[in-house]
Write a protein that binds this ligand. Structure first.
Ligand code: MOS
Length: 718
């Protein structure tokens, strides 16, 4: 089956996102935010807000909320996008933090009320840039070892060619179409939460912890999210406040975080600086590499930097030294955003590889083929499967790479635009997380499948439906698929491109169990109605639980507790990654030097392609991300006042239709059966990795300019 199962529902408005829920008696909540970079609230005046017609409640840190901290998701022991809960005290950690929530009969009254909140502050010095005075430097090796093999520094000394550079990447924000929101209501002692999320169980467990109730008393329902990108991977800071308001007022409450507020109360890609050195011998073999990273984090949480996890595995470089440091400053905690580390890491590393090709006069495709490997230099373990060479060869063929004149500035279009052709690789870890699947077959031939996983537009429903329909030979109309719903089965965070790869195994296993229970053959189309009727007619239920290779049985306790439980990319006897190769043609106009991506050829090795139509769409989307991440998107910080300046869709530039031209997508499509029985690995993020470097390398080819920062703007190529 190769259809997007929710396509019709999407275009007819039948898909219900969290914000579409409007229960009777609904009240609306909006926030007021801090206007200082750091300090504490001395006084807060809510009288004017309370006097607005329709305002029912104003919550501040003086409201006796008694909220417990939800902890930080990526600490491994928490649930929140950050551990800082606003309104829990008078402390202001960063500009833009919530200081009050106003609840009213109408959105207008809530907005008006929030605008009338007035606070006075005691200000403290703050830092919001990597180089600023007052940041704290934290060695990440205190809790995550650096990737190291051999002796990179000594080996570099003797190398024929060395490429060295410092690469800057700004903070960037996910701008999902659906704003952060939640709609909460109490049914006696049960809290019902309608909220678009990538992690329903973290909201469930986190709210329970914050409110001092049991997780069984919380239901989180998220059938579809209007975009995730890492921005919705945990409990958000507004949800418990809405729950308290709903309890105090005895009515449902919908809280909405405006776009500018989401720039300060949601996660973002942290700013980074990378120092790269790669050394190569006269034969074109990479001998050694050093990859050092400084990554922004907040004062209150350590968001790990995982750059060298990919850069150490791009090639067979035997001497490698990774070094990752976290720079603590006064912002909200950064987080996962669209290949959070891997996009920037491959931008830097693959730019340096291009530089080696230029320095040595070697073709960039040939040079990469020369340094391919089937063994991970860090662990010494083999890759479970790896088709980098095929990605490169197929891509070169489809792109027409052999017609490239290697001389920078040598190719020109009819309109006088400089043409640049660039290539780069991407890689992304192949993870597996625990997933429980429950299947109910009834005598009318209906199948209800409850699975762990979230649909945020990437196509999980289509992939699982394809797995079900292909297995049983039944139409999608006979199947009810429940995802993102804690009332069904536990819901581990869906991120890191592991959603489909993790869920299809237990779906498949559950269906095989169902066949066995019903006395059906192991393969081939089935008549479910007849089989269930023959078995007595009562609904037949089977359950299958799958975990990552090497994960203990107790990992399901973490799953049920709403905690992260990620395995890979290093497993007991292999390492597993998805791979990509991107070929890019840029054209730079002679007059205003506008840089346009004229065409992209992307070849992806993600093992088995489960759902071709959504897989291709994911790659196209990821290439657009790459284009946005490389030519448009930068969250500008304000060192004078703190916070992010361009915090709306007018000022935060993202690609528009006119920026997107031809994107040619193809897949190696060879199942990696050493990784998992069905052999499917992640697609979503690997397809973005390397796009930035391919664009930068193409810009170099067009202009002779090596740009070591993103985004690349026209003033960089004047
Ligand atoms: Mo994604 S940034 O792993 O949700």
């Amino acid at each position: 089956m190769n259809v997007r199962v929710d396509a019709r529902d999407k275009v007819t408005g039948a898909v219900h996102y969290g914000d579409d829920r409007v229960p009777p008696g609904l009240l609306y909540a909006r926030f007021a935010v801090a206007t200082i970079g750091r300090g504490r609230v001395v006084s807060i005046d809510t009288e004017a807000a309370e006097a607005v017609e329709g305002v029912r409640l104003v919550l501040t840190h003086e409201s006796g909320l008694g909220l417990k901290n939800s902890g930080f998701l990526m600490s491994g022991q928490g649930f929140g996008f950050q551990s800082l809960q606003p309104l829990a005290s008078d402390h202001i950690a960063y500009r833009g933090q919530y200081i009050a929530m106003v609840v009213a009969e109408t959105p207008h009254a809530a907005v008006h009320g929030a605008s009338l909140i007035h606070a006075t502050y005691e200000e403290e010095p703050f830092s919001v840039e990597l180089d600023a005075d007052g940041v704290e430097v934290f060695e990440q090796s205190n809790f995550i070892p650096n990737h190291v093999a051999g002796d990179a520094d000594a080996t570099l000394e003797g190398c024929e060619f060395v490429a060295e550079g410092v690469y800057d990447h700004p903070a960037q924000h996910a701008v999902p179409m659906e704003l952060h929101n939640t709609t909460v209501m109490w049914d006696a002692d049960t809290l019902i939460v309608h909220e678009s999320t990538q992690n329903a169980s973290s909201i469930q467990a986190g709210l329970a912890a914050q409110l001092g109730i049991s997780a069984e008393q919380v239901q989180v329902i998220s059938p579809s999210a209007g975009g995730g990108f890492g921005n919705r991977n945990s409990l958000q800071m507004h949800t418990s406040l809405a729950a308290i308001a709903a309890q105090r007022l005895g009515r449902p409450v919908k809280a909405l975080v405006t776009r500018p507020q989401a720039f300060h109360n949601g996660s973002f890609r942290p700013a980074t600086r990378q120092h790269i050195k790669i050394g190569m011998n006269a034969e074109g073999i990479f001998q050694a590499a050093v990859h050092e990273i400084d990554q922004q984090t907040s004062r209150h949480d350590l968001f790990p930097a995982l750059f060298t996890e990919v850069s150490a595995r791009l090639y067979g470089i035997k001497n490698f030294r990774g070094h990752q440091r976290l720079i603590r400053m006064d912002t909200q905690t950064p987080g996962f955003m669209r290949a959070p580390f891997e996009h920037a890491a491959t931008f830097a590393f693959e730019s340096a590889v291009d530089e080696l090709a230029v320095l040595s006069g070697r073709d960039p495709v040939e040079l990469r083929l020369l340094n391919d490997t089937m063994v991970d230099p860090i662990s010494g373990l083999p890759f479970s499967d790896r088709h980098v060479a095929e990605c490169l060869r197929t891509g070169a063929e489809r792109f027409g790479w052999s017609a490239r004149n290697p001389q920078p500035g040598s190719m020109t279009a009819e309109d006088g635009s400089a043409i640049g052709w660039g290539v780069a690789l991407g890689n992304y870890p192949a993870h597996v997380v625990p997933v429980i699947v429950r299947v109910h077959a009834d005598a009318r031939g209906g199948l209800r499948v409850e699975a762990g996983g979230h649909e945020m537009g990437q196509g999980l429903r289509s992939a699982l439906m394809a797995t079900i329909a292909d297995n049983l030979g039944i139409p999608a109309s006979d199947v009810t698929l429940i995802v993102g719903d804690t009332r069904a089965v536990p819901q581990h965070v869906t991120a890191g491109s592991w959603g489909t790869a993790s869920a299809i195994t237990p779906v498949h296993n559950a269906l095989q169990q169902l066949r066995e229970r019903l006395g059906l053959p192991e393969t081939g189309p089935v008549d479910l109605a007849a089989a269930v009727t023959a078995a007595g007619g009562a609904t037949v239920t089977v359950e299958s639980a799958n975990r990552g290779p090497g994960q203990p049985e107790a990992i399901f306790d973490r799953l049920r507790s709403g905690l992260v439980a990620i395995s890979g990319p290093q497993y007991a006897d292999h390492v597993s990654f998805s791979h990509s190769a991107h070929f890019v043609e840029v054209r730079i106009e002679p007059s205003i030097h506008r840089i346009r991506v004229h065409r992209v050829v992307s070849v992806i090795d993600c093992g088995r392609v489960v759902s071709p139509v959504t897989a291709e769409s994911q790659v196209r989307g990821a290439v657009v991300w790459g284009l946005g991440g490389s030519l448009r998107e930068a969250s500008e910080v304000d060192p004078r006042y703190g916070g992010f300046l361009n915090s709306d869709m007018a000022e935060y530039a993202i690609p528009v239709n006119l920026d997107i031209r031809d994107i040619d997508v193809s897949f190696v499509n060879k199942p990696d059966t050493k990784f998992s029985p069905l052999g499917a690995k992640g697609i979503g993020e690997v397809a973005m990795c390397g796009v930035g470097a391919a664009i930068a390398n193409a810009v170099h080819h067009a202009t002779g300019r090596r740009i070591r920062k993103l985004p690349i703007h026209l003033e960089d190529v004047l």
